[in-house]
Design a protein around this ligand. Sequence first.
Ligand code: SAM
Length: 202
Amino acid sequence: MSGAVDQDTLRFYQGHADSYEGRKPPLAGPLTTFLEALPPGGSILELGCGAGYQAEVMLQAGFDVHATDGSPELAAKAAQRLGRPVATMLFHELEAVDAYDGVWAYACLLHVPRSELSAVLARVWRALKPGGLFYASFKSGEGEGRDKFSRYYNYPSELWLRERYAEAGRWSSLVVGTSDGKGFDQEAAQFLHVTARKPGQS
Ligand code: SAM
């Protein structure tokens, strides 16, 4: 594995945008908790927004949402759903500085190559305003691998993930929760939900 992006994974999302749109992510649970912890009407960057279902909930709740995805096909689906432009942006292209109250990355940074994850997390840290909140979820495991669609997964343990977050920046809090579920491949998986806060202005 080398390079910032796994091309087989991106090809999957480019080629299966129609079928992937048929799979709705949860519209409550961690998303509700995240939104409740943000200032009302605050700014949110969504990474890997897929077909835009969760961004739609954020917009309806009155937030200022900047939705992005690395697949132009899925970004177009999301733009259609949201009725506004959705940027095609790869994780490692994030250049924003102190710009967002929250960054939401549901089941997408799990595709970042292991060797690149700290650098992507550091970009998220930089993009957050002081005191900003960052949520990301991963499929847990003990080493990288691929599913039956050839999608790459970094399959982190909680310890490995905590080390990558620590390399990326200083967080004033970092909480890891777990849940069981199934991905698009219908295989049972354990998910790690990481919520981290950037220190506020001192
Ligand atoms: N968050 C959405 C949801 O829960 O419905 C989509 C999750 S899907 C498992 C992963 C998403 O990450 C896809 O929309 C895919 O296009 C996007 N993605 C994969 N690799 C990416 C990369 N390097 N940069 C940006 N987006 C990427």
